[in-house]
Write a new protein. Structure first.
Length: 439
């Protein structure tokens, strides 16, 4: 497909395209935005359960995965960020422009299905933990959280939402504090962090597959690319022609943002696993199924501080992840249908986008009221996300290697290498996941 004649070739530097201005973000805080939010939102309540189960069931044995998965996560996230910045479109928009309609339909319908189930699991997890703390029915809290999040998304423009999401990211550090309070075995932790130890037991492999699936949740790929477009929309680049291309300074700022987000994501993964390994596994509480189980079991072992910090983390990550889940579904459908899609616009100016956002939220909430078990929803969410991740990452890799999309900003050989490795590993994890579920 030829490049659209709507602006300069994507990827031109300021010297090659003097008309393009660089906002010139300086300082770490100024450079942190979509990448940090996407990375933090990737640790949603359903993922927290996967990491907590890993620590409780097999101890420190999977701590190394946080270290070695970090470059893979950062690579995928960086490719999505570069794609949004250079093409001026979200991931679904680029798929629509470059691939056959059935590819777009398959990806978007699968994403919406996976996101709705994950939304239900996350709302249920948040409500369950809050019921444990307050004694008020989780059914009430489910509605409270859903209405509060929808109100926030409808009322605040993107530039304000971004600030709110940045502050919510700080809640994740509750898990770091909980890990410090858990009094872990330092020598065992260091050994498990740097030396990979792989067991061929079914339990270990199942946990390993679950961690890989949680690390590469597909919704954050769509969200990352779309938020890069929102960033440019907010600074006045309202047309595709104005958004196309990225200066070296813009790409450098994005790289800092993405690497910070990926680091935060895996840091939290690490400390959730460490906390439950040092407490639950060490005291024989090896079987947990929900975040509530983990928090409740922590109380008598690690004390009330760890209990409250773990519960706070579940609610905080839910408030960050649920808008991301609903938003990524809305962006994907709207971009696929060529509808206006922006959280910066008022609902009256992008009614179809906001309708998809609201419907996704309501469908996820309805699963709770239809009495779907949270554990069952976690089960299905892991299946959907695990199967969707490999093709989604493969499409991102193909798009960011394509000069028709990226111009001079195609992937470096290193990005291609790590991107290809991620596709292989997530495909193996998906196959392993399906095999484990059939046994």
């Amino acid at each position: 497909m030829p490049i659209e004649k709507t602006g300069p070739l994507p990827g031109f530097s300021p010297a090659e395209d003097p008309s393009r201005t660089d906002p010139g973000k300086t300082g770490l805080l100024a450079k942190c935005g979509p990448g940090v939010i996407s990375g933090a939102a990737n640790d949603d309540p359903s993922c927290i359960v996967s990491y907590a189960v890993a620590g409780a069931s097999i101890g420190y044995a999977t701590l190394w995965t946080s270290l070695y998965a970090l470059p893979l996560l950062a690579t995928v996230q960086l490719m999505c960020a570069r794609l949004g910045m250079v093409s001026g479109r979200g991931l679904a928009g680029d798929i629509r422009a470059q691939f056959r309609p059935w590819v777009l339909f398959a990806m978007c319908s699968s994403l919406v299905l996976a996101n709705v189930v994950t939304l239900g699991a996350d709302l249920g997890g948040m409500a369950d933990v809050t019921e444990m703390i307050t004694g008020i029915s989780g059914l009430i809290w489910t509605a409270v959280y859903a209405v509060a999040i929808l109100t926030m998304l409808f009322y605040f423009p993107y530039r304000r939402l971004e600030r709110v999401f940045k502050w919510l990211c700080l809640v994740l550090f509750a898990y770091v504090v909980a890990g410090v309070l858990s009094h872990a075995d330092v020598h065992a932790v260091m050994a498990s962090t740097f030396i990979p130890r792989v067991s061929h037991s079914r339990e270990y492999l199942s946990v390993l597959v679950a961690i890989m699936g949680a690390t590469m949740s597909p919704y954050f790929l769509f969200w990352q690319a779309s938020q890069q477009v929102e960033e440019e929309y907010c600074i006045g680049r309202r047309t595709l022609a104005a958004r196309k291309g990225a200066t070296r300074g813009e790409l450098d700022s994005s790289r800092v943002d993405v690497f910070t987000g990926a680091f935060i994501s895996k840091l939290i993964t690490y400390f959730i696993t460490l906390t439950t390994a040092a407490t639950l596994f060490a005291h024989g509480h090896k079987h947990i199924e929900t975040a509530r189980d983990a928090a409740a079991a922590l109380h008598p072992i690690a004390g009330p501080a760890a209990y409250w910090l773990f519960a706070l983390g579940v609610v905080g990550t839910g408030l960050l992840a649920i808008p991301t889940l609903a938003g990524s579904a809305a962006y994907a459908v709207s971009e696929a249908m060529h509808w206006r899609a922006s959280l910066e616009e008022k609902p009256i100016l992008a009614p179809k986008f906001y309708a998809v956002l609201a419907i996704s939220m309501l469908l996820g909430m309805s699963l709770i009221y239809l009495r779907f078990n949270v554990v069952q929803m976690l089960f299905w969410a892991s299946i959907f996300n695990g199967i969707l991740a490999p093709p989604a990452i493969a499409l991102v890799l193909l798009l960011t290697r394509n000069p028709k999309i990226m111009g001079l900003r195609v992937n470096s050989p290193l990005l291609n290498l790590f991107g290809g490795l991620t596709v292989v590993l997530t495909s193996a994890a998906a196959i392993g996941l399906l095999i484990s579920f059939t046994q």
